[in-house]
Ligand binder design. Sequence first.
Ligand code: NAD
Length: 277
Amino acid sequence: MEYRELGKTGLKVSALGFGASPLGSVFREIDESEGIRTVHTAIDLGINFMDVSPYYGITKAETVLGKALKDLSRDDYILATKVGRYDEDGFDFSAERVIKSVDESLGRLQVDHIDVIQCHDIEFGSLDRVVEETLPALERIREQGKVRYIGITGLPLKIFSYVLDRAEADTILSYCRYSLNDSSLKTLIPYLQEKGVGVISASPLSMGLLTERGAPDWHPAPQDVQDACDKATALCRRQGTDISKLALQFSVSNQDIATTLVGTANPENIKKNAAWI
Ligand code: NAD
């Protein structure tokens, strides 16, 4: 496994990171013991960065990840979770809620500190509130030692510069913006590097679009994008390879991205992903 610096945090994160949303059964109903085995397999493969959120499976992913991490030494992994999103439409970026949220996550994850706490999908809240209220509240939590670094996440790229022009954060998490079908994140990288902000990129398989199984029903990509990805998948199949292999190799090869988060609750898939990169 290759390790890369996460901005100015001093953390050295594995180039392939583990996205724990599938542990909340967001793609398919999962077997909890298989989910736990997947986490342990990821650690054995040298994957040290774990990302989750109270939103995934409405707390289920954090709970299952907590059970998996309980058997490990706290030095074995770097743990990132989120605040502010709790349901499909349930957003609350108030200081009061995020302070409570960190304590709830610590309980479910069964740890005494979180390495990276991130404001989840901030485009659905008020960006000004994130600047003026949420990030300052997380700074206070950092002073208490419950979290080490602070980040922001979301889909539109312009949210990152809006917030980082007005406030400080250690990391950003962008998703579906550095994969075979959309690599627009690279336009933001010089700005992030100038600010010393660590870059986390998620969903190299475009949340299932770039897999043999295809996208789940709820996938938001427009039909023409889904059709193009299906064609690319079929092309790879005809060439005797798997679109997911190509997709992962493309995303992880960008050295300016500290870690690329792939999600799975299947030990065999995480082994394949690590071998492919
Ligand atoms: P992804 O692109 O990693 O795709 C996940 C899907 O691909 C799942 O259905 C999984 O079963 C499948 N898959 C994984 N490996 C495979 C393989 N080798 N062969 C075939 N299929 C395979 O998308 P994701 O899970 O949404 O993103 C990864 C992680 O990034 C999430 O779990 C989450 O932690 C993070 N994330 C964060 C945000 C945010 O903060 N707003 C948004 C999206 C993702």
